[in-house]
Design a protein around this ligand. Structure first.
Ligand code: AMP
Length: 196
């Protein structure tokens, strides 16, 4: 069971790297941002409710996100592992993940709580993040929204670094290198944390 959370600021390369790792490890890449964007594109109830938050660079309320994630993780392909990209993004969401893992332990009878979870913190300096985001040109990649997303990251998401450090589940990886170099480092980290 490979369960990986990708932490890191917007523009750190989480999406690109998570997709590569997912393919290598043969587990689904679950990006809450991608799921939300497809809801917006299809104008579902969730998409309509989420859009204004996304356009501003704010977090979509937990109440909408948690159900969405619960459903996605209940699908067949997620039963042997997953990579979460862009989730959790605040302490309440991290508590939700802990709850899910706890349930798994009760059901499957695994060993230590949260034992299987690996949290990768992709580190990239701020000035590089802004350059990367501006170059990407997604709808929410304008300067004002980028500033807000970085602020939201610092206020709400960055505290998760300490949260997972305290649980001894965090590994930091330097994301300020070429894509291939970062992918190789990530694969090394994942291989070295696997119990034989
Ligand atoms: P991302 O593609 O991860 O950068 O997400 C794009 C936008 O979707 C974010 O700026 C948020 O508005 C929203 N979003 C994505 N994931 C979450 C989440 N876990 N919690 C709340 N909002 C989210």
């Amino acid at each position: 069971m490979t369960q990986i959370i990708f932490l890191g600021p917007p523009g750190a390369g989480k999406g690109t790297q998570a997709a590569r790792i997912a393919e290598q490890e043969n587990i689904p890449h679950i990006s809450t941002g991608n799921i939300l964007r497809s809801h917006v594109a299809e104008a579902t109830d969730l998409g309509i409710q989420a859009k204004s938050y996304m356009d501003r660079g704010d977090l979509v309320p937990d109440q909408l996100i948690l159900d969405m994630v619960r459903q996605r993780l209940a699908e067949d392909d997620a039963q042997t592992g997953w990579i979460l990209d862009g989730f959790p993004r605040n302490i309440a969401q991290a508590d939700f993940v802990q709850g899910l893992l706890q349930q798994q332990i009760t059901v499957v009878g695994a060993t230590l709580p949260g034992n299987d979870l690996l949290v990768i913190n992709l580190e990239v300096p701020d000035e590089i993040l802004v350059q990367r985001l501006l170059a990407r040109g997604r709808q929410d990649d304008n300067e004002e929204t980028i500033r807000r997303r970085l602020q939201v990251y610092r206020e709400q998401t960055a505290p998760l670094i300490q949260f997972y450090q305290d649980q001894k589940q965090l590994v930091s990886v330097d994301g300020d290198a070429s894509m291939d170099v970062v992918t190789d480092k990530l694969l090394d980290v994942i291989a070295s944390t696997k119990v034989p």
